[in-house]
Design a protein around this ligand. Structure first.
Ligand code: PEP
Ligand code: MN
Length: 279
């Protein structure tokens, strides 16, 4: 019975080699470290274009930004919607950076498919099975974030819903879980990286921005994720963090992000050498 409930397609048993695919010219899951960065939410044309140009300049691989924001409070900024998607498409045009953005329901997913390159399903929707299955019938790779109280097995079963509908391009993302710890927004479960690599062939990213909730703690956890062998990191960067309309306290300022990227590249190159030596 346990076997019947397990993730068949997502499991390492189903496929020994790592899943790897490209988004634009960016290879995901091929052993390199992918840096996905951008603001929590798209706020204006000036904001997204300036941050995208900056990110391109310092060597980020993918641009993130929410047009549809799932918010705990109904009074918080919920994103620019379709207008936000159009601004993201403009930022991609200006920089060449492929766009990762979140869909919160089937309607926004359809619009994401028209304007973005990767569709994110966020922590709060990790078990929205209708949405997962719709993404599984869609044509975009899916960036699937771990629910804040979900186990690795549950994350893999959510990925299984996408794979099972015929879409093999799923990226998993650890973004922190709820524990008794109160020093940080969530607890970054970094040991899920090697655990996921044993259990599945799908690439796993780490998002230390939502996990720590504090911009000054993001760099150390991003570097730790790179050292742990994550396929990529997702980082929130805002041109003026103090003015951000969502998640400002965890947004890195451009200068801090620029130095983090060079440190991440240095760690990734050591990691590649180490892996080659092990072979
Ligand atoms: C986000 O990426 O902005 C986001 C809402 O993330 P999560 O679903 O992990 O909270
Ligand atoms: Mn956010």
């Amino acid at each position: 019975v346990a076997v019947e409930r397990g993730a068949r397609l997502a499991s390492r048993d189903a496929r020994a080699e790592d899943t790897s695919f490209t988004v634009g010219t960016v290879r995901i899951g091929g052993g390199g470290l992918v840096v996905c960065a951008g603001p929590c939410a798209v706020e204006s044309e000036e904001q997204i274009l300036s941050v995208a140009r900056f990110l391109r300049g310092v060597g980020a691989d993918l641009l993130r930004g929410g047009a549809y924001k799932p918010r705990t409070s109904p009074y918080s900024f919920r994103g620019l919607g379709r207008e936000g998607l159009l601004l993201l498409a403009r930022a991609r045009e200006a920089t060449g950076l492929p766009v990762v953005t979140e869909a919160i329901d089937e309607e926004s997913l359809e619009l994401c498919e028209q304007h973005a390159d990767v569709v994110q399903i966020g922590a709060r929707n990790m078990q929205n099975f209708a949405l997962l299955r719709r993404a599984g019938r869609g044509k975009l790779p899916v960036f699937l974030k771990r629910g804040m109280s979900a186990t690795l097995d549950e994350l893999l079963l959510s990925a299984e819903h996408v794979l099972n509908e015929g879409n093999p391009r799923v990226i998993l993302c650890e973004r922190g879980i709820r524990t008794f710890s109160t020093h940080s927004r969530y607890t970054l479960d970094l040991s899920v990286v090697p655990a996921a690599q044993e259990a599945t062939h799908l690439p796993i990213f780490v998002d230390p921005s939502h996990a720590t909730g504090k911009s000054r703690r993001v760099a150390s956890m991003a570097l730790a994720a790179a050292a742990a062998g994550a396929a990529g990191v997702m980082l929130e960067v805002h041109p003026r963090p103090g003015e951000a309309m969502s998640d400002g306290s965890q947004a890195m300022a451009p200068a801090a992000f620029a130095s983090l990227v060079s440190e991440l590249r240095a760690i990734a190159s050591i990691r590649t050498t180490a892996t080659e030596t092990l072979r």
